[in-house]
Design a protein around this ligand. Structure first.
Ligand code: E4P
Length: 219
């Protein structure tokens, strides 16, 4: 499973890239706004230079003509840009046009298997079902991933599924077990994936025993 980092924060991206475990990055207008006074296009280019892999940057236009225009401009910033398009009628129409031009797309704000089916039919490179937000309203986000996986398998669609709105390590392990293509993970959740109390305890014991051993061979 590929791991994308769900952030527009350059320090977090650099750190995770140095760990050698991220394949790409996803941003959205909320994540960009958290960065304060930055130039969006400059930040997208900086992220692409660090990641050297797919970097999702979202359009903010809502009508077909402007979405396509904005998407072409974003795609011109770097070969790594994947244009994030919201799941609307205009959005799907824009994805169809952009995919015929070879521009990579990520259909975002997907909450149903039918929306994912339409995104794949339009030729989207990625589809982003938001599992955490589904859990938030009392439904099962993980079930949506299973349904989309089944539909894409039935018809051999090339569109890759990005499990988005990931809130905790359990989401990550479950989507990995299902064979989801990608999980886009916030930095705080990514950090948690490293840890296990028995690993810490094990390291502590090995260090203590090693000290004992060194002391014993001195005598
Ligand atoms: C996906 O690409 C989105 O950026 C993100 O996963 C949304 O997550 P949230 O529901 O935590 O805002």
């Amino acid at each position: 499973m590929k791991i994308f980092l769900d952030t527009a924060n350059l320090e977090e991206i650099k750190m995770a890239k140095n760990w050698g475990i991220i394949d790409g990055v996803t941003t959205n207008p909320t994540l960009v706004s958290k960065e304060g006074n930055i130039d969006f296009e400059t930040r997208v280019k900086e992220i692409c230079e660090v990641v050297k892999g797919p970097v999702s940057a979202e359009v903010v236009s809502m009508d077909y003509e402007n979405m396509v225009k904005e998407a072409r401009h974003l795609a011109s910033l770097s070969e790594y840009v994947v244009v994030k398009i919201p799941m609307t009628q205009d959005g799907i129409k824009a994805v169809k046009t952009l995919s015929s031009e070879g521009i990579k797309t990520n259909v975002t704000l997907v909450f149903s298997p039918l929306q994912a089916l339409l995104a794949a039919k339009a030729g989207a490179t990625y589809v982003s079902p938001f599992i955490g937000r589904i859990d938030d309203i009392g439904n099962q986000g993980l079930e949506l991933i299973e349904e989309i996986l089944q539909i894409y398998y039935n018809y051999d669609f090339d569109t890759q599924i990005i499990a988005a709105s990931v809130r905790h390590p359990y989401h990550v392990v479950e989507v990995a077990k299902m064979g989801c293509d990608v999980a886009t993970i916030p930095f705080g959740v990514l950090q948690k994936l490293f840890f296990h109390p028995l690993t810490d305890k094990g390291i502590e014991r090995f260090n203590e025993d090693w000290k004992k051993y060194l002391n014993s061979i001195k005598k």
